[in-house]
Design a protein around this ligand. Structure first.
Ligand SMILES: [Fe+2]
Length: 291
């Protein structure tokens, strides 16, 4: 029988990373407590309650998705920067990039009557051209308990290297059951899908995902958290959500203005008032002294 390994937050990060690379998924229990979840839910429930279900089988006709959580939730901002998760990102994603970035934030509420989602790889968001590398690390934080009955995520452990067209048998799938405050961490390459909800309560998870700094983000962070909102956030978070160069030349911009009024080529963090030089890239500007 395939298995997902369970860890506690204090366990060895190296062992977590080794299991994640081998199986494509791990569960870490007890990372945040109930009061943290309650505070997060207070911030996000008003948005979730009014979110409409999906339009097709894949997104789920009894499933709601609520995004834009960098702007909407301080507790979500904490989870995005959770050190355990960033350690896993370091180990998985820095093999293929100088900097990784936030990919999406989404509360996924699977309601009663929802049927199981098609098994898939999340990296298919970019098509089928990324089979030679791992472009993505994903988390689903359990905002409710995840049980076999209420639709805990179905995962095929060890499937990260399986071909896209491979048939997946039921015996190769396990459900990521977990308690509130635990987190399922999985790669962009592992086959998985939401389970069916045969209970009478919602299954609620918070999906926060990360990708290589040189790939297009699934949730457009610049529009979900535009500069006028972003400028008040923690600089480290800003860089993580994309207000930073994605590679030597990726992501610069030229601010609009009269000839000579503003620097010609600046990094994205210029838009949110961060003054320090980019850590890489050909952009180089000097701040004008304020007059
Ligand atoms: Fe998925």
């Amino acid at each position: 029988m395939p298995e997902i390994q369970y860890f506690n937050a204090v366990d060895s990060r190296d062992e977590m990373l080794a299991s994640l690379k081998k199986d494509g998924a791990i569960i870490v229990e007890g990372v945040v407590d109930k009061s943290f979840i309650n505070s997060l839910r207070e911030e996000t429930d008003p948005y979730m309650e009014l979110s409409r279900p999906g339009q097709d089988e894949f997104s789920g006709k009894y499933t709601t998705r609520t995004g834009g959580l960098v702007s909407r939730s301080s507790k979500c901002r904490d989870l995005i920067q959770n050190q355990l998760i960033l350690d896993m990102c370091d180990g998985l994603l820095l093999e293929h990039c100088g900097r990784y970035q936030l990919h999406l934030t989404q509360i996924i509420r699977v309601k009663p009557k929802e049927t199981k989602q098609l098994i898939h790889k999340d990296k298919w968001a970019w098509g089928n051209d990324l089979n030679h590398l791992e472009p993505q690390l994903n988390t689903i934080w359990a905002l409710s308990e995840f049980t076999n009955e209420n639709g805990a995520t179905r995962v095929a452990p060890g499937s990260s290297t399986w071909e896209d067209k491979r048939e997946i048998n039921e015996e190769e799938i396990v459900q990521a059951t977990m308690k509130l405050g635990s987190v399922l961490i999985y790669t962009g390459s592992v086959f998985h899908g939401a389970g069916s909800n045969e209970s009478d309560a919602d299954r609620i998870g918070l999906n926060i995902t990360y990708t290589l700094g040189w790939l297009r983000q699934e949730e457009n962070q610049y529009l979900s958290t535009p500069p006028e909102v972003a400028k008040d956030l923690d600089p480290k978070l800003l860089k993580l959500i994309g207000y930073s160069m994605g590679n030597y030349s990726l992501g610069y911009f030229t601010p609009p203005g009269d000839p000579g009024e503003l620097p010609e080529v600046v990094p994205p963090q210029y838009a949110v008032g961060l003054k320090e030089s980019p850590s890489f890239g050909y952009v180089n500007y000097e701040e004008k002294e304020s007059e």
